[in-house]
Every structure is written in C-alpha cells, then in structure tokens.
Write a new protein. Structure first.
Length: 97
C-alpha cells in the first residue's frame, strides 16, 4: 500500500494544489474588486471636477460648505443632476437642488 506524502501544511499534494488554486482565484478577484473600486472613485472625482469647472464658468460661487458637500457626495445620480442643474443656475442653491 502506497502512503501519500503530505506537505508541510499537513494536506496531501492534490489538496494543497486545490487550496493554492483557490487562494490565487481569491487574490485575482480581490485585485479585480480593487480595480473596479478605483474606477468608480475616478469616475466620481471626474464628475466633481466637471461640476466645479462648469459652476465657475457659469459664475456660480460655491461656499466652503457647498464645496465640502460636493466632495463628500458619492452618489453618481446626484452629481449628474447637479451637473445638469448648471444650465440656468443663478446660485449654489439652484445648482445643488
């Protein structure tokens, strides 16, 4: 009867390969999650930048509180709505409604 050789971890070689494969897949999934998170953060930053630039060009002055509100916003729909509001906005209240 052949005795299976166990690795340092105490698992048989086929089990150890399965564990290592699962770890590699989790690592890849984690990297993908990180890339997606980075992409979303970049998208939000770009929307904020567009909003600030358009507001300045429209002559709408944002207070420090308004500026902080925009920077804290993580909702893409709100940022899109605010960007759309630039057209015709006369004040920060019009813009951020």
């Amino acid at each position: 009867m052949e005795q299976q050789i166990e690795s340092k971890t105490g698992f048989s070689p086929p089990s150890q390969r399965h564990i290592e494969r699962a770890q590699r897949e989790r690592f890849r999934a984690g990297r993908l999650d990180g890339k997606i998170e980075g992409f979303r953060a970049g998208e939000l930053n770009a929307k904020r930048d567009v909003l600030f630039r358009l507001a300045a060009r429209a002559g709408v002055t944002l207070s420090a509180d308004d500026h902080a509100r925009v920077l804290a916003c993580t909702d893409r729909a709100s940022l899109d709505r605010w960007i759309d509001n630039v057209v015709g906005a006369k004040s920060a209240a019009d813009l951020l409604s």
